[in-house]
Design a protein around this ligand. Structure first.
Ligand SMILES: NC(=O)c1ccc[n+]([C@@H]2O[C@H](COP(=O)([O-])OP(=O)(O)OC[C@H]3O[C@@H](n4cnc5c(N)ncnc54)[C@H](OP(=O)(O)O)[C@@H]3O)[C@@H](O)[C@H]2O)c1
Length: 181
């Protein structure tokens, strides 16, 4: 079992995307995403980010791959060409396995699942999914892609104060998996 966390930004309706892109442009959230997924306690290690192929396709060229992190792309396409160093996995299971077995197991610190909806759906039901780093965008956007309901199985741990960017209120929240009683 490889424990991992989810990092997601969602609006008031759990919307996360539209037409293959993020529906908003919020710099502070991108900075938060970078910090969470990049920082390590052991400076000799890197974190890993696991994403679906559509999220991979949506990354802007300068962040493709996401720097200073092991990038893993989940796809059923065996012929998908990826830049050197970017790993391809045929399932979420295989992605998690790649990171804990073999050469990478000693060099990867934490694992983050970063979307999109298809991959979140498969990740959130797994017991190894321990934590959700959520950017709550307190606004409704026109979305076509949604994060699954999660509060039955995850409890609120902490929230930052609200802040406003581009006239939109946001906050950073952390949720952890409820333990069975
Ligand atoms: N707000 C946020 O925090 C956030 C984060 C990430 C993404 N997004 C948004 O979410 C949207 C993309 O999400 P999405 O759900 O459409 O796509 P996605 O989850 O990023 O990628 C879906 C693709 O992943 C592969 N895949 C999924 N399940 C698989 C499995 N079990 N085994 C093997 N491959 C599998 C398939 O790739 P192939 O088709 O290549 O086989 C599938 O087409 C975009 O709008 C993006 O901007 C938002």
């Amino acid at each position: 079992m490889t424990p991992f966390s989810i990092v997601v930004a969602m609006d008031q309706n759990r919307g996360i995307g539209r037409e293959g892109k993020l529906p908003w442009r919020l710099k502070r959230d991108l900075q938060y995403f970078k910090e969470i997924t990049t920082r390590t306690r052991d400076k000799s290690k890197r974190n890993a980010v696991i994403m679906g192929r559509k999220t991979w396709d949506s990354l802007p060229a300068q962040f493709c791959p996401l720097p200073n992190r092991v990038n893993v792309v989940v796809t059923r396409n065996k012929d998908l060409e990826l830049p050197q160093g970017v790993l391809r996995a045929e399932s979420l299971d295989q992605a998690l396995e790649l990171l804990t077995k073999g050469a990478l197991s000693n060099t990867v610190e934490d694992v983050y699942v970063i979307g999109g909806a298809q991959i979140f759906q498969q990740a959130i039901v797994r017991q190894e999914c321990r934590k959700i780093y959520l950017t709550q965008i307190l606004h409704s956007f026109d979305c076509d892609t949604f994060f699954p309901p999660f509060t039955d199985h995850f409890q609120h741990e902490a929230s930052s104060p609200r802040y406003v960017e581009n006239g939109i209120s946001c906050l950073f929240a952390e949720y952890s998996r409820k333990t069975a009683v």
